[in-house]
Structures are given as C-alpha cells and as structure tokens.
Design a protein around this ligand. Sequence first.
Ligand SMILES: Nc1ncnc2c1ncn2[C@@H]1O[C@H](COP(=O)(O)OP(=O)(O)OP(=O)(O)O)[C@@H](O)[C@H]1O
Ligand SMILES: [Mg+2]
Length: 268
Amino acid sequence: MIASGPATAAQARPTGAGAFFCGAGLHKRFGGVQAVRDISLTVPRGGVFAIIGPNGAGKSTLLNLMSGLYQPDAGRMIFDGVDLVGLPAHKRVRLGLGRTFQKIRLFKQLSVLGNVIAAFHIHHDIPAWQYVIHGAAFERDHARCRAEAIKLLDFVGLEARASVLAASLAYGEQRMLELARALATSPRLLMLDEPAAGLNAADVERLVERIRILRKRGMTIIVVEHNMDLVMKIADRVLVMDYGQYLFEGTPLEVQANSAVIAAYLGA
Ligand SMILES: Nc1ncnc2c1ncn2[C@@H]1O[C@H](COP(=O)(O)OP(=O)(O)OP(=O)(O)O)[C@@H](O)[C@H]1O
Ligand SMILES: [Mg+2]
C-alpha cells in the first residue's frame, strides 16, 4: 500500500492493495502555477476522507484530477482496481465516482425535480431512439427516475421544493440539490467540494447527519472542506495540502495537534 505523502517519480506507481482509491505522484500545473505537486493518497473503502488546506492549496484541482475534469501532467490513479488515467469524466461517473462542485453547477431553468431526473440519465439503459419518440421503455424509465428523484429530494430535505425552478433556491438549498444530483449517479465514491459553504449551523448539522447515513450505507466519501467543525466530526482520515503539496495526513486529532498544519493555517 502506498502512503500518502511526497512520492518521487520512481514511486509514482500505485500499488494500493486493499485501497478503494489510490493516487500516486499526481502533478497538475496551470501556466506558472503548480496547483498539485507530487500528491499521493490512499483512500480506504467505506469511510470519510477529508482534504483540507488554505485557499489555493490545490484541493479542488486534486478532486478535478480524480473525477477526470482535468488530466494530470504526471501520476497514476486506480479506483477499485481500474486505472483511471486517460479515462474521461463521464466514464468515471459510470464506474461509480460521483461528485459535487465548489462552484454550483445546476440547470437553473429546470425544476428542482428536473435537475435530479437529468442526473439519472447516466444510468439509463434504454435505446437512444426512445428518447426521441418517448416510447414505452422511455416512459417506464422516466417514471422510475421520477420516483427515485423524489426519494433523493426527500433525503436532502428538498421534497417541498421539487416543483420550483432551481434558480429560485436559496444558496444552501442549491448545495443540497447538488448533493441529490451527485447521489442520482449512484456513486460508490462520492467527492464533495465544500458542501458546507454558505450553510448555517443548523444546515451543517443536517449535512453531517446525511453524510453519516451515506457512510452507514457503505458509501466512501471524500470531502474537501474549510469547516473544521464538520471535518473533525465526520472524517476518519484527513489529508492536509498547502501550496499544492502534501503537508500532513492523520486522524482529525493528529491534524489538530500538528504544528506544521497550525502554522499553515495561521500563515493563511
Ligand atoms: N483552471 C485553472 N486555471 C488556472 N489556474 C487554476 C485553475 N484551477 C486552479 N487554478 C489555480 O491552482 C491553484 C489551486 O487552486 P484550487 O482551486 O485547486 O485550490 P483550493 O485548495 O481548492 O482553494 P479554495 O480553498 O480557495 O477552493 C490556485 O492558485 C488556482 O488559482
Ligand atoms: Mg477549492
């Protein structure tokens, strides 16, 4: 198993036996900015793995590499035994990698329910022509998606808002709709980029509860978050990044007590 931490190019080969997600020697540069520098991580199955660090540390870029939004300049990634590098984002979703975005991405002119139904389409296995003429298989599939979407809206607390336009939701509600949309893709590994941003304390509590329920159901969750209260409550492991690089990895208590982590945050 590879350990999280600096890896040389020679070590950039994930072996991660038993790991659910394994990345090694990941690099990503944007022009003059080295957003991710030699990051390696091993995420075990079935827990909550947090990624924290000051603004600009490279956390979202790391998620973007994992989800396939960007391809790394170097490094390897294995998800449940499948080599991810080169695989486009939509294929990773089908493998079971789901995510939400820090900058919310919704169909603003669709209803809340319509947004979740649209996210189900990744798992439709009906012939494409049925979408055009709305055949019997389409109608059955649509009814099933609608029922599942209502269940997901219930789970995230938006059932009463199902028929309003997504654009009319409050910011915190939009975050919950993002979560419902990610869940509609049936992820086995769910990546959440700042799910608590803009939520009030009561909503953060509800989010913590929902993440706990998902973990109990066997989902593996990676959460990028600035809300330390949330991280300390739900994370099993925490990876700390700073300036694109590995700074520390440990349990929430170890992270809280680590002087390099404290210095990075005070510096920020
Ligand atoms: N698409 C991009 N093009 C150019 N630069 C980028 C791009 N994405 C990220 N960066 C840069 O890479 C660095 C890391 O950004 P990233 O968004 O990954 O940080 P972060 O840890 O998620 O920060 P925050 O906590 O503010 O969300 C930053 O300097 C950022 O400006
Ligand atoms: Mg970010």
